[in-house]
Design a protein around this ligand. Sequence first.
Ligand code: PHE
Length: 462
Amino acid sequence: MSDNQDTSEPGEIHGLWSSQFAFVLAATGSAVGLGNIWKFPYITGQNGGGAFVLVYLFCILLIGIPVLMCEVLIGRRGRRSPAESVKRLAQEAGAKPAWQAIGWFGVLAGFLILTFYVVIAGWAVAYVYFTATGRFSGATGEEVGAFFGAFTGDASKLLTWGTLVLIGTMIIVGNGVQKGLERAVRFMMPGMLGLLLVMVGYAMNTGEFAHGMKFLFQPDFSALTANGVLVALGHAFFTLSLASGAMLTYGAYLPKDASITRTVVFVAIADTVVALLAGMAIFPIVFSNGLEPGAGPGLIFVTLPIAFGQMPYGTIFGTLFFTMLSLAAITSAISLIEPAVAWLVERTRLSRVRACVISGVAVWVFSLGTVFSFNHWSELTVSGKTFFDALDYLTANIMLPLGGLFVCIFTAWILSTKVTREELALGDSPVYSVWLFTIRFLAPAAILIVFLNAVGILNFDS
Ligand code: PHE
């Protein structure tokens, strides 16, 4: 099948989701992942709690949701992998095809994120095994912490578990994302919510629930730095899978008659609820065990096993919890690799399976940098950052906000309002004008200010 011609019909190359609901499931599967349960709590802990959470929520509402609408819209109208879709829309608008750089930048960001994402997802899968075999029964905070240190200190273990995740992801993507994904997310989401509620229930009985809630929801702006604001903005992009090709690609498989606004709002709410529940479960455990909220990437792997080791049926709940976390991570990993695979399938004569293998091998090689950041290369730092820290900072705090800025500019200033109006199909609703105003002025200005402020060009607070 020749698929380089731009004349093909929607869905001809990559297929479409079976329904609007299938898209919602897939997009939620992409959004909800390690970002919500692993990253959100630890960066909240590192950035002082409440004020950071408030800024993060603002970023989701003011920037995340409008940008997510832009990406799904571009994807659905372009019907191709990110760069191709942007190029097609630019051409339709009579603008330069060079705008496709936005797509390339996103695919690159997604690729880089995936190289560390599979490693951390490997931790989640390993912890399924550790909890199921009763490793944490009755363990103290110290024991659990030491266990985590020994685990991440062993490069061969991290490599094994990470490789397992990567192979699993490749098998699903090789088979076409539409079928497998829909089934996985359908039971993952309710399962995840149920287990998080169990954990919050446990946290309520730790004696430090009020302390945890206060830390999470009572803003103390003196604890927030300019860099913290940038981390909150970057995380809003990360957690909604923005500026990384994922949502653009998933949008390309969305049936024409689906409502972009409604699906996007649902995805954002589901994503935010999961993150907040994770925070509500974790911080009371942190405080009741005398742990450090700013402990970093190990936070959930040290707090949750303590809880599972102590609570009734902890082995069962713990095993289920880490299973759900692994699934959530894999449904996100799928969306991180799909843009590159979609591009290879479009542009070359490679089959999906071959395209998957090639992308997978490339991810694997680069993932070694993250694996070694926790052991052999842990002392190898540049301004205090390991390879993993630097990769995380580069992607979440630099590439995603900049990519998002250009997505806004392209949608707001290059695409005609006729095109965006048609795709969003909001009729005369004021929602359209609010969205347009936001992506034309508010969101780009906010991104620029936060960004420049943190890199120190505009030094507002020092
Ligand atoms: N949103 C995912 C999470 O929060 C991560 C992700 C980022 C997925 C970018 C796709 C693209 O875990």
